[in-house]
Design a protein. Structure first.
Length: 160
């Protein structure tokens, strides 16, 4: 059974990912942005340390909602960076690459975990449905990575 704190752990990892990627693309971002994302990740890990004490105080539904909110903040930051590339920097190619390499997979993985959490809480269908959904998710992710790195497909789409 999945615990709702999985969403906080996933969001903390997303903030660390954002910190690393914005550090690698440092010429396109203000100098403080990677540190802001690192602070958000540390707050998430601190939240996980403190939330051990609240396991008996809050019920699973309350823990689900505040962990989901933290995950949504992390996902909103990934989408915001994508919009920043497209609108502010006017680097359309980098925005498309970010969309295919970062935004889409993280949204897909997050949706998968949220769906699994709700599905396992309800436990109404066979567990093989989860395996089918996982295989479809990996297939879509594989196709998106293939499209990202295929020069001919990029040229046909007019991205290069």
């Amino acid at each position: 059974m999945l615990l709702p704190e999985l969403f906080a752990l996933l969001a903390s990892d997303l903030f660390l990912l954002l910190s690393l990627l914005t550090c690698l693309l440092e010429e396109r971002f203000p100098k403080a942005i990677p540190y802001v994302y690192q602070a958000a990740a540390v707050m998430g890990f601190g939240h996980l340390m403190v939330s051990k004490m609240f396991l008996t105080v809050f019920d699973a539904e309350m823990r689900f909602w505040y962990n989901l909110f933290y995950l949504m903040v992390g996902l909103a930051n990934i989408i915001a960076v994508n919009i920043y590339f497209a609108v502010s920097q006017k680097t359309w190619f980098l925005a498309r690459v970010w969309s295919l390499a970062v935004t889409f997979p993280t949204l897909l993985i997050s949706t998968f975990f949220i769906y699994n959490y709700g599905y396992l809480q309800a436990a109404t269908g066979p567990i093989s449905t989860l395996q089918i959904i996982l295989m479809i998710s990996f297939a879509v992710l594989g196709v998106s990575v293939f499209v990202l790195f295929s020069q001919k497909i990029l040229e046909k789409l007019g991205w290069r």
